[in-house]
Design a protein around this ligand. Sequence first.
Ligand code: MG
Ligand code: MG
Length: 260
Amino acid sequence: MIVRTSEEREGILESGRRLAAVLSKLENMVAPGVSVEDLDTEAERLIRETGDTPAFLHYTPEGARRPYPASLCVSVNEEVVHGLPNEAPRILKQGDVVSLDLGLTHKGFITDSAITVPVGKIAKNIQSLLDTTRASLEAGILAARPGNRIGDISYATGSAFKGTGFSVVKMLGGHAVGRAVHEEPFIANDGHPGTGPEIVAGMVLAIEPIANIGKAAVIIAPDGYTYRTKDGSVSAHFEHTILVEENETVVVTRREGEVY
Ligand code: MG
Ligand code: MG
């Protein structure tokens, strides 16, 4: 459990502001006919333009066979997370949804955020999945306060899906972040309140509910990275990096226009 100094907190806040600005620009690029490879190329260009580094490019997560080959994880429709935008890139079409998951390193401080964006007009039940997953993230952020436990975040994110018919993906989830892309502890997307490590001021956490329209089961593609829903149903993913303070929880990767 890592508690950040006030100097580290400043660096993480700046990293998050920069990431949020890039993610908003990428969100605005999403349209029918756009190649997901162009989103990745632009993500890297925008990050390097201000002297920062894409945190995911060449990062090798635990258990992976090779480094991640892109700056942006792009997952379309039935792709759940970690989709590769530059190997057999997909062209976005009307009615798709696309998850953009980005990590940025600013002076050694890493932040992580994801949004799922509609491509043109989407079906009502898919919009409902997006709305519920965003609400799940908000519930998780509200539960991330000193005195609570990590399990309270898991319980909050998981509870948002109860009675909706959607399935939260429990095997994937959030994590602490700040100096490495993934730090301990893992934050499951569903769980029991009052369990796990205690949350204290100075912790920096990435909370990231992931849910499917159909069943929860996911499989990993032969590329070693792309998770897909086993039943082919559409998946959604929203993520923010947050900083827990004594009296407030700061949404470090809050984008312009977002209210927290
Ligand atoms: Mg992420
Ligand atoms: Mg993450």
